[in-house]
Write a protein that binds this ligand. Structure first.
Ligand SMILES: *Cc1c(COP(=O)(O)O)cnc(C)c1O
Length: 400
């Protein structure tokens, strides 16, 4: 019986789809130690360099000495430490929202948000390229009325809203009208392009639908001090649910949802991921309080991130690389063929550069790429070194 799993693994290996997991022997930063060697790191989501920041480390040591490590219960019983409340209130104020609920991951936050607000007879409307956690959350909700609109296409969204107008005005079996929820990623992680949020919000209002944005790659990269995509578009107070992750720009781990007091209170009372799973540990929470403080203090790191991203993109474009249509620091270097992308990454690695290939099923077949994520921790010399390696491998493999 167990054989079938080993066989499946062999098949993955034969097809080149087996995921070889690299082991990192250092902290996160511009460089990572892998198998005893330093590699220039171009693939972490540590946008602002907070993952390994001394201030976060100090905050953790202080908190751990006072409160220990674990919280030993779900938040709803005896597991809510005052640090959790401090973090939620800091995040709400950072996002300029009424209220915030923190969960143990961005994945969990999407689950909690969608499963709690959307039932079998409600209506869920989703961008076709939304993150896997949104897709999974839709499945978990058991919603029968799921609709997909074309990627980042407001006309296609409007079409779906018109198609679902009747359904939205037909009472459910409990006599209430269905909730219609429009969900989109903020920054799309594989291409780095942005959701057309102003158009989405306008349509949602006209059609009396709720909006939810997953801002995982917008936090730390977009808006004033890295507040995210809602701030970037000047839409404060206009998006009903702003879901984030604390594991990328914020540098630690966890997820959160900000919005109006009523809806966040409801999630706190009804969200199964909040009620039946522990919250963040003491060290995570303390580190995050410090991370938000650092982001509030200054936008220096966000500026540096963008300087680095712009520098890298300009140099790479000048060499003739196709960088897709990114509007964020995420820089996809388009290769096309899956095996070629893999080979490209291996050759970069031999030159001391760590940048992973992104291929099917994460992106469509034939659109494989190397996804580069510059960060505020890189120096100009680091990026020049990266560009040089890309140029050499690009010419060798005839990508440029
Ligand atoms: C990374 C990511 C998540 C998951 O966040 P975790 O905190 O790692 O669970 C969810 N949505 C999007 C769009 C992401 O990029």
């Amino acid at each position: 019986m167990n054989d079938k799993y080993s066989k499946a693994i062999q098949e993955l290996k034969d097809k080149g789809l087996y995921n070889d997991i690299r082991i990192i022997e250092s902290g996160q930063g511009a460089y990572l130690t892998i198998k005893g060697e330093q590699k220039l790191n171009l693939c972490s989501n540590n946008y602002l360099g907070l993952a390994n920041d001394p201030r976060l480390v100090e905050a953790v040591i202080k908190a751990v000495k006072e409160y220990g490590v674990g919280t030993s219960s779900v938040r709803a019983l005896s597991g809510t430490n005052k640090l959790h409340i401090e973090l939620e209130s800091k995040l709400a104020s950072f996002k300029h929202c009424d209220a915030c609920i923190v969960l143990s991951g961005g994945y969990m936050a999407n689950m909690a948000c969608i499963q709690t607000l959307i039932g079998k007879e409600d209506i869920l409307i989703s961008d076709e390229l939304n993150h896997a956690s949104i897709i999974d959350a839709g499945r978990l909700s058991g919603c029968k009325n799921k609709f997909i609109y074309k990627h980042a296409d407001v006309e296609s969204l409007e079409q779906v809203l018109k198609e679902t107008e009747n359904l939205a005005n037909t009472p459910k079996s409990d006599g209430e009208l269905p909730t219609r929820l429009i969900v989109t990623d903020g920054v799309f992680s594989m291409d780095g392009d942005l959701a057309p949020l102003p158009g989405i919000v306008k349509l949602a209002k006209a059609h009396n639908a709720l909006t939810m944005v997953d801002d995982a790659h917008g936090e730390g990269t977009l808006g004033k001090n890295g507040r995210g995509i809602v701030d970037h578009f000047g839409l404060e107070g206009e998006v009903d649910l702003d879901v984030g992750t604390l594991s990328k720009g914020f540098g630690v781990m966890g997820g959160f949802i900000t919005g109006k007091q009523g809806i966040i209170d409801f999630l706190r009372q009804k969200g199964r991921q909040f009620l039946f799973s522990n919250g963040l540990s003491i060290p995570d929470t303390a580190a995050l309080i410090e991370a938000v403080t650092i982001m509030e203090e200054s936008d220096e790191r966000v500026k540096k991130l963008w300087e680095n991203a712009t520098f890298f993109k300009e140099k790479m474009s000048a060499l003739g690389f196709d960088l897709g249509h990114s509007e964020s620091p995420i820089t996809p270097v388009m290769i096309g063929d899956e095996n070629k992308a893999k080979e490209f990454s291996v050759k970069l690695f031999e030159k001391g550069i760590y940048a992973t290939p992104i291929k099917f099923p994460m992106v469509a077949l034939g659109t494989a790429r190397i996804r580069v994520i510059p960060s505020a921790t890189h120096s100009v010399e680091d990026l020049e070194k990266a560009v040089k390696a890309f140029e050499e491998v690009g010419r060798e493999l005839q990508v440029i």
